[in-house]
Design a protein around this ligand. Structure first.
Ligand SMILES: [Zn+2]
Length: 166
């Protein structure tokens, strides 16, 4: 058990000590004094900057991966909203379903705001950008459905108030 924890820790340390060479983009150890691919001298400041850029890129990709299931989840939420509106599932816990679209749109917007301008030709980041954009579009569609359902529910409420005997 202890041994396993220890190896996990050292894996983590070694992965944070690698970086992309600022000149040739090959992955090298941050502790070296020159790039073994192109020979670029690596001083401590260059290494720290490149390492920070690599960390930012990694965290952007990890966050975008969390949006991978946005499509199926958005579809389930849309079905729940319709069921909730038409009374088939009038459960108060479905309130969370109504909150999901704005929350998901905010999360996608925040990712774009923070990481969308990362200047890199990294193909994984390009894929992440595409996934975030797609997630944003799907959730905007669910939000539009939500607004239509709310308008419909408000209209129905208005009608039932008007038709009550006075
Ligand atoms: Zn290099």
């Amino acid at each position: 058990m202890f041994h396993k924890d220890h190896s996990l820790l050292s894996n983590e340390v070694s992965s944070t000590n690698t970086m992309a060479c600022p000149a040739c983009r090959e992955i090298i150890m941050a502790s070296v004094t020159s790039c073994r691919f192109c020979g670029l001298p690596i001083d401590a400041r260059t290494a720290a900057q490149a390492n920070a850029a690599q960390q930012a890129l990694n965290s952007a990709i990890i966050q975008a991966n969390a949006l991978k299931y946005a499509g199926p989840i958005a579809l389930v939420i849309a079905v729940l909203l319709v069921l909730n509106t038409f009374g088939a599932m009038s459960d108060g816990r479905l309130l969370m379903a109504w909150l999901a679209p704005p929350i998901a749109i905010f999360a996608s917007w925040r990712w774009t705001h923070r990481h969308g301008s990362l200047l890199t030709s990294d193909s994984e980041l390009a894929l992440s950008r595409k996934n975030v954009r797609r997630s944003m579009q799907m959730w905007c569609a669910v939000l539009a459905l939500e607004l239509v359902l709310l308008a419909w529910a408000a209209l129905r409420l208005g009608l039932s108030v008007n038709t009550q005997p006075h």
